[in-house]
Unconditional design. Structure first.
Ligand code: SF4
Ligand code: SF4
Lengths: 223, 580
């Protein structure tokens, strides 16, 4: 108990302080308020000041980062909106907070349900940002957003999102989650391909069968 | 060999307690059913003759259809091995069970919790009052026929969501007023607490206790619920004689949200993100424990790569939890924020990893039954590599130089808040608290789960049982965790990360299961009961932060009031887990 322990400790803090100045000196102005600077300050080799001056500086979020969900729509050739959602209801069933409400559309003539949502609500006050809805949606229609600055003045008015506010174009999705988007598009392309091949094969088989088939008259006797 | 041991154990128990002890023969269940009359003798035999000295978990299950209440006990040997599970069944209308506090003092808070939430009376309990709900609360919320104010349906998913969904707010349907349910004849305006509590509620009461020669008296001081040292909303009612602590009672439940009731409304999968919110400083471990419990029932095993990812994530969690705990503990000591910011810096880097892999820094929701949600991307793997092989070891050494031999840390820590090994075991403390008292008990070694049997690491142990040793042991454990991660990074194979197809509805076979992991705070256990439906019938969390508090009074007695803050800091609690 002669105070050397405390002195050694103080040496550590002193070194940290020096590090800050040395690093500032070495890296100069670009250490702050530049993208490169922010990245460096969050990397494993950083020395000196570590904090990011939010909101002037913002951390880049990784692709998998998730905040409240949004709905994806595809854009048609003339810019029309094609919802991906089929109102299958799986997201409402996996949602732990039970904060998704979907009204399935029906055909006005027959009264039968059609694969489209008429209304779609998410209460983002209740949403726990778990990402399960996005994980289990079979149509890649609901995805987790990157936008985390959601402060509002009136939660009653602003925080239950309806379809209008939930829908965002696929291009936006591709921009925030490029890897996921590419993977899903590739899977879709392959599925299409497989389908097309299967159809072609079937057509070929049919054609082949037609050639070898006996004349139509006899067909009734066949089984 | 072990078969034989089990056989003789069973023979001994059955022959010593004929008629009153029977093996539990329900399908999917395990252990013994003990007649409540024989419970005390049975427990004594377990502890004294069979070596089951550690009563880890006490909880209840409401079997409403059978009209029964069941109390479930999990006892372990501190030398390692599987649990001995025993149960007591009592009629639902009159659930009275003898208290085990006299044999296992660690049952204290857990029995109070079972009384509070399930209404099971423990005869002979020294202080059987509510622990999480307030005294005026009506009913016992974990009973199956108890409904919460916003009750909608017995189980999720609720029918009102699809296909005819129209958004509403639950609170709009329940105008304030109908929301409050008092017992018949209870008027809150006229309510006065009974006298023993009056002292607590008044905040600063006085107890007349004249000294022999000096005309002094004891006073009661409330530390908290709003107090910077309590790490959340937590209260300690301290009886002081001058500056010396004579007695202490922790008061909790301010953050209670009936996690377990929510868990029983949820489907199996839905509980995964909820477990993040227990001990929100170590979400990966929480995920791990719950996944293990359900996987046992489902009978699935994650693929190799997923097992490694799980270990890496769990150990990263331990590191960030421990360095954060050390930083905050130094805050409690008065080293205002320099050490804790050093700790937070490292923690942030680990949370960056979680964010890139799981999508969120704290609410990770990363484990799935039979694997994990996502693979680790290549660049993140590199980052973990850099952290484990370079940065973290260096930074831990720096923290060590900075703090370990500091005269202030030693003066405030050594000999303070001592818990002997016997006490630590008796009070069912777990994790660093238990191991700092000289009991080398670590679930990763005692009953290895996942692939922990493949790694080379030491179970950290220290022998003084004081605050300073609890600090040291966290340093030791961080180093061991780094070792484990280094090995895992070298061994991790390529391959799938999920067994079977991703599923959101699970058909879980009926039965019970207890999954436990060595969380950063101690043994974290999940006791789940399935009745074969889509939701758990019972979902119980053995929360280490909560149970470790059982020993708080024992640690604090005789010390000065200024030491409480340090002692509490050395236990490392998270109120999200204490209050559930
Ligand atoms: S968002 Fe996806 S899961 Fe939800 S209803 Fe639409 S298609 Fe189904
Ligand atoms: S993120 Fe989770 S809580 Fe939010 S809407 Fe999706 S499933 Fe529900």
């Amino acid at each position: 108990m002669d105070g050397t322990g405390i002195l050694k400790g103080l040496a550590v803090t002193f070194k940290r302080m020096l590090d800050t100045y040395i690093d500032d000196f070495k890296r100069g102005k670009k250490r702050y308020y530049t993208e490169e600077g922010i990245r460096y300050r969050q990397s494993a080799e950083v020395k000196g000041i570590f904090t990011v001056q939010y909101p002037e500086e913002k951390l880049p979020v990784p692709e998998e980062f998730r905040f409240v969900p949004f709905l994806v729509y595809d854009e048609g050739p003339n810019g029309e909106r094609k919802d991906r959602c089929t109102a299958c209801g799986i997201c409402t069933k996996v949602c732990p907070a039970q904060c998704i409400w979907i009204k399935r559309a029906t055909n006005p003539k027959t009264g039968r349900p059609v694969p489209r949502s008429e209304e779609f609500y998410i209460d983002i006050d209740m949403c726990m940002n778990c990402g399960l809805c996005a994980e289990y949606c079979p149509f890649d229609s609901i995805k987790m957003d990157h936008d985390y600055e959601l402060a509002t003045y009136d939660r009653h008015k602003d925080n239950i999102l309806n379809k209008e506010r939930l829908l965002k174009p696929a291009s936006y999705y591709a921009q925030i989650r490029p890897l996921n988007y590419a993977r899903e598009e590739e899977a879709k392309r392959q599925a299409e391909e497989a389908k097309r091949k299967a159809a072609e094969a079937r057509a070929k088989r049919m054609a082949a069968r037609k050639k070898t088939a006996t004349p139509p008259k006899k067909k009734d006797n066949e089984s | 060999m072990s078969e034989q041991v089990v056989a003789t154990e069973q023979d001994l128990l059955l022959s010593r307690f004929p008629e009153v002890v029977k093996p539990d023969e329900r399908k999917g269940y395990d252990g013994y059913i003990v007649d409540s009359k024989a419970l005390l003798d049975f427990a004594k035999t377990l502890r004294d003759d069979l070596g089951y000295d550690y009563l880890s978990s006490v909880t209840g299950v409401d079997y409403l259809p059978e009209g029964k209440m069941e109390v479930v006990y999990h006892a372990y040997k501190t030398t390692g091995g599987a649990p001995l599970v025993f149960k007591v069944q009592v009629p639902r209308e009159k659930p009275v069970v003898p208290s085990l506090v006299s044999i296992y003092p660690g049952a204290d808070f857990q029995e109070r919790e079972a009384w509070d939430l399930l209404g099971i009376k423990f005869e002979g309990h020294p202080n059987l009052k509510r622990i999480l709900m307030w005294e005026g609360f009506h009913g016992h919320p974990l009973r199956k026929d108890w409904h919460e104010p916003y009750y909608e349906e017995e189980h999720k998913p609720y029918k009102s969501r699809w296909p005819e969904g129209k958004a509403f707010r639950a609170e709009d349907r329940n105008p304030f007023g109908k929301n409050v349910d008092y017992p018949a004849g209870f008027d809150p305006a006229k309510w006065t607490p009974d006298i023993s509590d009056a002292l607590i509620y008044e905040g600063l009461g006085r107890i007349e206790k004249p000294h022999d020669d000096l005309p002094t008296e004891q006073i009661i001081v409330n530390l908290g619920p709003q107090h910077p040292s309590t790490h959340g909303v937590f209260r300690m009612v301290v009886t002081l004689d001058g500056e010396t602590i004579v007695d202490l009672e922790p008061v909790m439940g301010y953050l209670h949200r009936n996690h377990e009731k929510i868990g029983e409304r949820n489907t199996w999968l839905m509980n995964m993100p909820f477990t993040d919110r227990l001990d929100y400083l170590s979400p990966m471990s929480n995920n791990f424990g719950y996944a293990l419990a359900v996987e046992k029932l489902l009978g699935v095993k994650p693929p190799e790569r997923a097992e490694y990812i799980r270990v890496i994530m769990a150990e990263l969690t331990r590191i960030q939890n421990h360095i954060f705990a050390i930083g905050m503990f130094l805050n409690d000591m008065g080293a205002f924020f320099t050490p804790s910011l050093y700790a937070i810096e490292e923690r942030e880097l680990i949370l960056d990893v979680f964010e890139a892999v799981a999508g969120s820094r704290m609410m990770v929701n990363y484990f799935r039954f039979g694997g994990v949600a996502r693979d680790i991307p290549e660049d993140v793997m590199q980052k973990i590599h850099d952290l484990a092989f370079e940065r973290l070891p260096r930074r831990i050494d720096e923290l060590d130089r900075y703090l370990t031999n500091s005269e202030i840390v030693r003066a405030r820590g050594e000999g303070v808040g001592v818990l002997t090994a016997e006490q630590a075991i008796a009070y069912s403390t777990a994790g660093p608290v238990l191991r700092a008292s000289g009991v080398p008990y670590d679930v990763r070694r005692a009953e290895p789960y996942g692939i922990y049997d493949r790694f080379d690491f030491d179970v950290a142990v220290r022998y003084h049982g004081d605050v300073y040793d609890r600090y040291l042991i966290r340093m030791d454990e961080v180093r061991q965790s780094i070792r484990i991660i280094q090995q895992a990074l070298k061994q991790i194979p390529e391959g799938p990360i999920m067994t079977g197809k991703p599923q959101y509805q699970h058909r879980v076979p009926p039965g019970e299961s207890y999954g436990r992991v060595e969380g950063p705070k101690g043994e974290l256990g999940f006791y789940v009961v399935s009745n074969g439906k889509g939701n758990p019938w019972r979902y119980h969390v053995r929360a280490p932060s909560f149970i470790n508090l059982t020993a708080l009074a024992e640690m604090a007695k005789g010390h000065k009031v200024a030491d409480i803050v340090v002692i509490l800091g050395s236990i490392d609690i998270v109120l999200g887990e204490v209050d559930r």
